[in-house]
Design a protein around this ligand. Structure first.
Ligand SMILES: Cc1cc2nc3c(=O)[nH]c(=O)nc-3n(C[C@H](O)[C@H](O)[C@H](O)COP(=O)(O)OP(=O)(O)OC[C@H]3O[C@@H](n4cnc5c(N)ncnc54)[C@H](O)[C@@H]3O)c2cc1C
Length: 338
């Protein structure tokens, strides 16, 4: 078991926040993971499993054990007439898995290109982009029950996936560590290009053939032009979830703000664009010391260099309050506050 003391966490979170872990351990086998968990139980230390640290905000030093998941391996475990079943270990980089699937012509996750982070964290918030969510290609996952030490299988319905939600963020929060995920990928692709600017980007790229590789490239181009690269400006992608309102809330908002972007959701509910609400309140491009709201995408809070986690958190609180005062809409943070 490899344990290090007082480890700086800046390289392990895409916000680039300076914080330290009292103990840090990188694990590359399930046995190592079990040993570290046993150690944390014996010493009564809290632990936090991390992948790429791209959905975290450290607001203080971490007083327990940070476990960095480095379980690796991708393999084709099964196939039938219509699907390939691809199993990837939790410590694999998500985008690496996307590229692997594209290379092998396994279709279904091309729209999820360039989402930072690990395979193991992907089911936690049912990652999604450009009209596709993990749940659309999910087959099953294996997770370690930290109380019984047993490995359990979760099928699609067990995970209770929702918009940036799963059972692992709710009832089972902190109770399981995802070890691997198996995806069910199409042999015959159904191209999903209606969402966002994919179609326009494909036209601009002047491709004469529609393929998963071209769609992936279009998504990569759009994302690179719109989102700050965490290697240059610290961030964790969308800081808030898009809020959902009921019919009454929707009617009030549309009468006051006729240009408000609204997307029908399930059960007579409506999804609003959090970025639009934030922009309307004048936060886009706002900067206080090194904490700010990105100049191109108001939904992304950024660290221009030396912001503390607390400064970013306080800024998010101010934005939340402001949105509530103006629109009576409650924003919920998507990023995990530690
Ligand atoms: C520039 C940028 C763009 C982004 N765009 C998108 C997007 O389009 N769509 C989207 O959905 N997300 C997006 N994100 C958010 C982020 O990429 C995803 O949430 C990603 O799945 C996080 O993976 P991670 O490995 O970095 O998780 P971490 O940040 O390391 O962890 C996130 C949470 O998951 C838990 N966790 C991590 N691994 C495991 C495991 N093996 N078992 C159990 N719990 C675990 C952690 O404890 C923590 O609570 C973006 C982030 C950035 C920086």
């Amino acid at each position: 078991m490899n344990l290090q003391k007082n480890v700086p966490l800046k390289p392990y979170n895409t916000f680039g926040i300076e914080a330290t872990a009292a103990i840090f351990s990188a694990v590359s086998t399930v046995e190592e993971l079990r040993e570290v968990l046993d150690f944390s139980k014996q010493k009564n230390f809290p632990y936090l499993i991390i992948g790429g640290g791209s959905n975290l905000l450290f607001t203080k030093n971490y007083a327990g054990i940070i476990i960095k998941n480095e379980l690796k391996g991708i393999s084709l475990v099964n196939e039938d007439d219509d699907f390939f079943y691809v199993k990837a270990a939790a410590g694999e980089e998500w985008h690496y898995l996307v590229l692997y699937c594209i290379e092998n012509n396994y279709a279904g996750i091309e729209n999820l290109s360039l989402i930072p982070g690990s395979v193991g964290a992907a089911p936690l918030q049912n990652i999604g982009a450009y009209g596709v969510e993990l749940k659309d290609v999910f087959f099953e996952l294996e997770a370690l029950n930290i109380f019984t030490n047993n490995i359990e299988i979760f099928k699609l319905n067990d995970c209770v996936f929702g918009y940036r939600e799963s059972i692992f963020k709710k009832e089972l929060k902190g109770k399981y560590i995802v070890l691997n995920v198996t995806l069910k990928l199409n042999k015959k692709p159904t191209f999903n290009i209606k969402y966002g600017a994919i179609e326009q980007e494909l036209e601009r790229m002047n491709f004469n053939e529609l393929s998963i590789k071209n769609i992936s490239q279009a998504v990569v181009n759009i994302r690179t032009s719109k989102l700050p690269n965490p290697k240059e400006i610290g961030n964790a992608g969308s800081f808030f979830k898009n809020p959902v309102v009921d019919e009454d809330g929707y009617k009030k908002l549309i009468s006051q703000y006729p240009s408000i972007p609204v997307y029908p959701n399930v059960d007579k509910h409506y999804k609003l664009a959090a970025g639009w609400l934030i922009e309307q309140c004048g936060w886009k491009g706002f900067r206080k010391n090194d904490a700010g709201c990105h100049t191109k995408q108001a939904l992304v809070l950024v660290n221009y260099g030396n912001a503390t986690g607390k400064e970013i958190y306080d800024l998010s609180t101010e934005i939340k309050q402001n949105i509530f005062e103006k629109f009576a809409v409650e924003l919920e943070r998507e990023v995990n506050i530690i």
